[in-house]
Write a protein that binds this ligand. Structure first.
Ligand code: ADP
Ligand code: MG
Ligand code: ZN
Length: 474
């Protein structure tokens, strides 16, 4: 039997205003080649100047993932020829990256696992090529050359596609908490290459790996790895050998195919960039970063369990994004019953956001309005069912819950005498069902409750309805 081994390389585009070695804007979507200057165009004789924000952001990530920060690190030239790389080399870090030996935790079905982070380094992005489909023409846009990237290389610690997905989600959650990258796979601000190999179960000698590219969604990452594992198994079962290569994921065909043989480091002729000084980071800078670190997803999740008594599942969902967590806490502050708040956020609110394609920041119902609705339900002014209708109405109109309840006359009927009258009418007009019920067909209870609710347009207090029906049907 085989075991798969997976290591991920992630490139996160950093959210700085300007590029890593020049003052050009990093803004997306400008006309081609307008965000360029002699430095990022790679003109002869120009000198790069390191953007301090890039170091700052990378340092935040290094501290958040428990890396040791190298007090002195270096930039290196990675040489290769490609039309999107005007200098003929990419400035990256090689022998001495800014940070090494970190880790983070993933959790799958309640099982925590530590995934090692080999290194984090800074580098510049290349330009963008577009290929004409009709004519043999390619165009290059150099707006992206010199946009700062942070590369995070994991140890080959993952064993299943799900673990790889969980690692990637955790990593993305952290960059978003730190606000250093948009973390958007689909838009390319968060890119993942997956290294995959297989070995006999229990072995400690890794197999030959393939590196998978073009994975631009979580679904593709997991599917591509699963496909690649089964492809490699087949090769080995047939007596063949896996070759080290770079493979592209084809989402339309659901398979990977060979792109090129894998380069070795020596193919890149790395050497320290003589134009850039060694980067020195002092203890004070590291300490300041540590001190200013926001609460991270793992800590927040633990606190949500501790402070609010939430189930681990709820805590994980709510802490996945800082904005969602903030929304939850704002609600709980006003309506201090955490579990109902969590239910409403994970259920109706999340559903509403999903269907409208909105983020929590664009939620049509603010925390205060949400709290007011939950209070009405909690006080029994409206039933849960009515509350869901009011919720929809709030989302559509922006009116507060109280206004909607009053205008539409949705106040719950808890008047026992009034409900009793309706119960009596229902039972009178359904003698067959009453007889059947008394003969043991107790499933009919639902039918009677439904009739009463219909008569009251859903406004009768279900507790009272159930109680009265049970009494009358005895
Ligand atoms: P390269 O640039 O050659 O891909 P890196 O060191 O940048 O090398 O990345 C190597 C990645 O491959 C790491 O994420 C590492 O965990 C992973 N890796 C190394 N060996 C294996 C293997 N046998 N199977 C799967 N992943 C591996
Ligand atoms: Mg690689
Ligand atoms: Zn520039």
């Amino acid at each position: 039997m085989f075991e798969s081994v997976i290591g991920l390389e992630v490139h996160a585009q950093l959210k700085t205003r300007t590029k890593i070695f020049c003052g050009c804007s990093t803004a997306f979507g400008a006309p081609p080649n307008t965000h360029t200057c002699p430095v990022c165009l790679g003109m002869p004789g120009v000198l790069p100047v390191l953007n301090k924000k890039v170091v700052d952001y990378t340092l935040k990530m290094a501290v958040a993932t428990h890396c040791s920060v190298n007090r002195e690190s270096r930039f290196a030239r990675k040489n290769y020829f490609y039309p999107d790389l005007p200098k003929g080399y990419q400035i990256s870090q090689y022998e001495l990256p800014i940070a090494e030996h970190g880790h983070l935790h993933i959790e799958i079905e309640g099982q925590k696992k530590r995934i090692g982070i080999t290194r984090i380094h800074m580098e510049e992005d290349a330009g963008k090529l577009t290929h004409d489909t009709a004519r043999p023409i390619s165009r290059v846009d150099l707006n992206r050359t010199g946009v700062p990237l942070m590369e995070i290389v994991s140890e080959p610690d993952m064993r299943t596609p799900e673990e790889a997905g969980a690692y990637l989600r955790q990593l993305r959650s952290i960059v978003r908490y730190l606000d250093v990258s948009d973390g958007n796979l689909e838009e390319g601000s968060f890119r993942c290459d997956a290294n995959v190999s297989i070995m006999p179960k229990g072995s400690d000698i890794f197999g030959i790996r393939a590196e998978l590219k073009n994975l631009n969604s979580f679904k593709h990452v997991e599917k591509a790895i699963a496909y690649e594992v089964s492809r490699q198994k087949e090769i080995i079962m047939d007596g063949g050998a896996v070759v080290q290569e770079t493979r592209l994921w084809d989402p339309a065909k659901n398979r990977t195919f060979s792109m090129r043989g894998k380069e070795d480091a020596h193919d890149y002729r790395y050497f320290p960039d003589p134009d850039l000084l060694p980067l020195i980071i002092d203890d004070a800078w590291v300490e300041a970063t540590r001190k200013n670190q926001p609460e991270l997803p793992e800590q927040k999740k633990a606190r949500f369990i501790d402070a609010y008594g939430l189930p681990a599942y709820d805590a994980a969902v709510l802490s996945a994004s800082r904005e969602l967590a903030d929304y939850f806490e704002a609600c709980v502050k006003l309506f201090p019953k955490p579990k109902p708040v969590s239910n409403w956020i994970m259920g109706p609110l999340q559903g509403l956001l999903n269907t409208s394609g909105k983020s929590i920041l664009e939620a049509p119902i603010a925390p205060a309005a949400m709290a007011e609705l939950l209070e009405l339900e909690d006080e029994g002014v409206i039933s849960n069912k009515i509350a869901k209708i009011v919720f929809e109405e709030m989302a559509a109109t922006g009116e507060p819950a109280k206004t909607i309840v009053n205008q539409k006359g949705l106040v719950q009927v808890s008047d026992v005498a009034a409900i009793e009258k309706i119960v009596a009418t229902i039972l009178d007009s359904n003698p067959k069902e009453v007889a059947a019920y008394k003969n043991g067909k107790t499933k009919l209870m639902g039918f009677f409750v439904g009739q009463v609710m219909r008569e009251t347009k859903g406004k009768a207090d279900p507790k009272i309805v159930n109680q009265l029906l049970r009494e009358k049907l005895r």
